[in-house]
Design a protein around this ligand. Structure first.
Ligand SMILES: Cc1cc2nc3c(=O)[nH]c(=O)nc-3n(C[C@H](O)[C@H](O)[C@H](O)COP(=O)(O)OP(=O)(O)OC[C@H]3O[C@@H](n4cnc5c(N)ncnc54)[C@H](O)[C@@H]3O)c2cc1C
Length: 473
């Protein structure tokens, strides 16, 4: 196997690719310098960014890059948090942004077929018009694309009700590294037609091929909601509260540590939430019902009985849309990253029964390493998914690998995961190699060889280098 090239493309290659797409759909580094690279400035390190407008154009580009051993990095909304979309000068970035059509919206079947470049927020608006929802929601909804969500197996706020993207996807169209198109866009749940080879692209982070179209199962749109922020004395209390609140009407259950809330309140001047933020932990609770009055009385009753059973310390209900928005802002804003740039993010999940002990041990281990380090936590409580930020008054970016074992290495034994919903990318690669079994790693490498024999697809992501060995492709 000839490894993919790491040198910039030559003039012949650039001319050939330009011939496939037309010069209007090629962005040079000079063009990219004027554009927003998204969450990671390294997303625009490639020597070219390509904007194909159809599956056929994606296939033509990949076939050429496969023949020429040119590395290709697929990109959606560039909101990924594990470095999966970062690029280097010897690579081309392949943006799916022009595949942005909602092609089918079937209210009877509760399904949709959409281009990979459709933004989640756009799909949410279109499905809401027919009383449905994509069944997934997250903070980056206005930028993240369906192709990216599939490729990272994204989770978000509603995964505890509807699953992660792996459960939302009914079918996929994808293009493999050599340009082969696989179209499996059935809109039914029951489809046993041999190995679901296309489904391996879910969570593959662009390392096996390019997702071009997605068939998605939709869910009923939210009815009227009522929202509250609840103050808690401990994470143990939060876990018991979660058990108390578990009911079909519960549509959101998020958690945040008090120091996170204090930072957001300070940064955004949210004085009305300041007294709540002074508590050790907070939860955001949302329930739905047929009317806002019904939802509110249901939430008041749930929180009232929780209070009687001493499952919370205090609670504030949102009285209008602006207050609800502020409550979600309190959970989704990352003030601590603005106040102290250079912090570390870990994305883990842990069974609820083990959560409080786990967080206490992580906090103690981190403090023992360096008393200047501080742990901040936000997360999707109902899923046991916590985003653990380790921060200090000074940048600690270089210490990711040193601190990672303190956060991740007991999770497998607890029944949790060192990688909950953001994917592996480059950030969690060393952790993957440390914690995943050799047998699983070998199988992952064999699959990579079968789908991408020359290792051109997003090389160096998930698995460290292009694997060597006999090609099945
Ligand atoms: C404010 C904020 C909140 C977030 N909240 C959540 C959350 O709650 N839950 C969660 O799971 N994530 C969350 N994320 C992370 C991020 O939004 C998700 O990972 C999302 O799925 C990335 O989609 P994207 O279109 O931006 O993909 P990109 O960032 O462009 O790419 C991500 C990865 O997918 C690959 N890829 C992209 N498109 C394709 C394609 N068509 N075919 C093949 N590979 C492709 C890329 O190569 C890369 O490896 C959040 C991010 C931000 C900034």
């Amino acid at each position: 196997m000839t490894p993919p090239t790491t040198t910039p493309l030559n003039a012949t290659q650039i001319a050939a690719i330009t011939g496939l797409l037309g010069s209007a759909q090629i962005r040079t580094p000079q063009d990219l310098a004027a554009l927003d690279p998204g969450i990671d400035p390294h997303n625009f390190g490639a020597c070219l960014l390509l904007r194909p407008g159809s599956t056929a154009e994606v296939a033509a580009v990949l076939a050429y890059c496969h023949a020429e051993r040119i590395p290709v990095v697929p990109q959606g909304g560039r909101t990924g948090l594990s470095g999966g979309a970062i690029t280097q000068p010897g690579q081309v970035a392949l943006s799916l942004e022009r595949l942005d059509a909602v092609e089918v919206l079937d209210a009877d079947q509760r399904s949709a077929i959409v281009g990979a470049g459709v933004k989640l927020g756009v799909l949410a608006v279109q499905t809401a018009a027919v009383g449905l929802s994509p069944g997934i929601d997250l903070g980056a909804r206005d930028s993240a694309t369906l192709g990216g969500l599939v490729s990272t197996n994204a989770g978000g706020n509603e995964a505890f009700r509807y699953g992660t993207m792996r459960e939302r996807v009914l079918g996929l169209e994808c293009v493999l590294a050599d340009g082969t198109v696989i179209t499996e866009l059935g809109q039914v749940r029951k489809r046993n037609e041999g190995l679901a080879v296309e489904r391996l692209l879910i969570g593959a982070e662009g390392t096996l091929g390019v997702v071009t179209r997605v068939a998605l199962e939709l869910v009923p749109a939210r009815r009227s909601v009522a929202t509250a922020i609840v103050a808690l004395e401990s994470l143990t209390q939060a876990v018991v509260l979660a058990r108390h609140l578990r009911a079909p009407a519960l549509v959101a259950l998020e958690v945040m540590s008090g120091n996170h809330a204090v930072a957001v309140v300070r940064s955004l001047g949210m004085t009305e939430l300041a007294s709540l933020a002074a508590h050790p932990w907070l939860a955001l609770v949302e329930v739905e019902a047929n009317s806002s009055e019904q939802a509110e009385s249901m939430l008041i009753e749930l929180l009232g009985t929780a209070s009687e059973q001493q499952l919370l310390v205090d609670a504030v209900l949102a009285q209008n849309a602006a207050q609800r928005h502020a409550m979600w802002r309190l959970r989704e804003d990352w003030a601590v990253d603005r106040e102290r740039p250079g912090g570390l993010w870990y994305d883990i999940s842990v069974p609820l029964s083990a959560m409080a002990g786990y967080v206490a041990r992580v906090t103690a281990r981190v403090a023992a390493l360096d008393s200047g380090l501080e742990v901040f936590i936000i997360g999707h409580l109902a899923d046991g998914n916590l985003h653990v930020t380790v921060n200090a008054p000074y940048p600690v970016t270089e210490r990711y690998e040193a601190i990672a074992p303190l956060v991740t290495d007991e999770l497998t034994a607890l029944g949790g995961s060192f990688s909950a919903e953001h994917g592996i990318g480059v950030e969690k690669q060393a952790t993957l190699l440390r914690l995943v079994s050799p047998a699983k790693l070998a199988l992952m490498q064999a699959v990579k060889r079968a789908y991408d024999p020359h290792g051109i697809m997003n090389p160096g992501k998930v698995l460290p280098t292009a694997p060597t060995g006999p090609s099945v492709g």
